[in-house]
Write a protein that binds this ligand. Sequence first.
Ligand code: FAQ
Length: 322
Amino acid sequence: MTQMQPTDLHPQETAEQHAAFNARIARGEKIEPGDWMPAEYRRQLIRMISQHAHSEVVGMLPEGAWITRAPSLKRKTILIAKVQDEAGHGQYLYHAAETLGATREEMLDALLAGKAKYSSIFNYPSLTWADVGMIGWLVDGAAIKNQTMLAGCSYGPYSRAMVRICSEETFHHKQGKEMIVTYAQGTPEQRQMAQDALNRWWWPSLMMLGPHDADSPNTGALVQWGIKLKTNDEVRQEFINEHVPELLEAGLTIPDPDLHQDESGNWIHGPINWDEFWAVVKGQQGLNRERLGARQQAHEEGAWVREAMQAYTARQMGQAAD
Ligand code: FAQ
C-alpha cells in the first residue's frame, strides 16, 4: 500500500493549511493537542505512539518473569523498579496518544485482538537470568538511542513523555550493563551465560530499530514532519558504534563474523535476517501468542478494578449533582 505523503491533502484540508503547518515545523515549534494538524500527521502519531505504548506494556513480560527468581535482594529490587517503570511509560504514552483523539479502549482492544503491532523484540524468550542484564544493556540501549531522538520530535506531548522516559531508561541501561560486565568477569559459568545471552539478543536488538531505510515506508513522512529526526539506519549505526567497543571491552564476542570498522570509524554489521524479523512481527515466529495471552488474562483479571472505578465515579457524580 502506498503511504500518504505530507503533500497529500485529505478532503477539507487546504494547501494553505499545510503550508502554514509545515512552516511551524520548519521553525521548530512544538505542535500541541488543540492545534490544527493534517489528518495524516495525526494518524501517523497515533500509530507510532500506541505501538510504543503497547511495547512498554508487553515489554514488562520477558523481565517480569524473572522477578521471583532474582539471585539477590539487590537484583530483585532493581528489577521490580525497572518493570514498574515500564508500566509507567505505557501510561504516559497512552495518555499522549489520547491527546490526539484515540481512546484507551480502542487502543487496548486493538492490542488484545492481535491487530496492533508492538516491538518485535518482546516476542523473544528470556531463557536465563543473564537475559535480564542483556535486555537492560542492549534493548534499553537501543530504545534510548531511538527515544533520545524522539524527545526532539515535533509533537509536544510525545516529546515531553520521551524526556522523562529516557531518564528512566538510562538507569535501566546502566543496571543491565553493570550486571553483564560483572558476569563477563565472573566464573566460567557466568561468562558463558553472558555470552549466550549476547548471542541470542544481538541480532534482535539491531532489528528492533526497524527495517532498513529503503524498506521503511513511514520514515519519509515522519522525517519531513519532524517526528523522526533520524532514520532507522542512522539510529542503528549510532547504537552499534556505541555498544560494540563496550561489549568487546567486557570480553564478549559479538556474533557477527562480518562485523568490521570502516575508515570513518563506523562499525559495519553483516546481513540482518529480515525474514526472521517479519515472521516475528507477524506472530509466525516467537512468543506472540503467549505475550497476548498474558495481556488478555491480565485485562480480564483487572475487570473488577475498572468496574469499581466506574461505580465510584458514578457515585461521586451523583453526590455532586445532589
Ligand atoms: N517491531 O516504516 P517503518 C522499549 C513496523 S520500547 C514491530 O520503518 P516506523 C522500551 C512498523 O510499525 C520499543 N514492528 O516504521 C523497553 C511499520 O508497520 P505499520 C519500542 C515494527 O514507524 C525496553 C512497518 O514495520 N519503541 O524497548 C518494528 O517509521 C526494555 C514498517 O516500518 C518504539 O515504539 C519492530 N521492531 O519506524 C521496554 C519507539 N519496526 O505500523 C521494556 C517509537 C518497524 O506501518 C524493556 N517508534 N515495525 O503497520 C519508532 O521509533 C518507530 O515506529 C520504529 C519503526 C523505529 C520502531
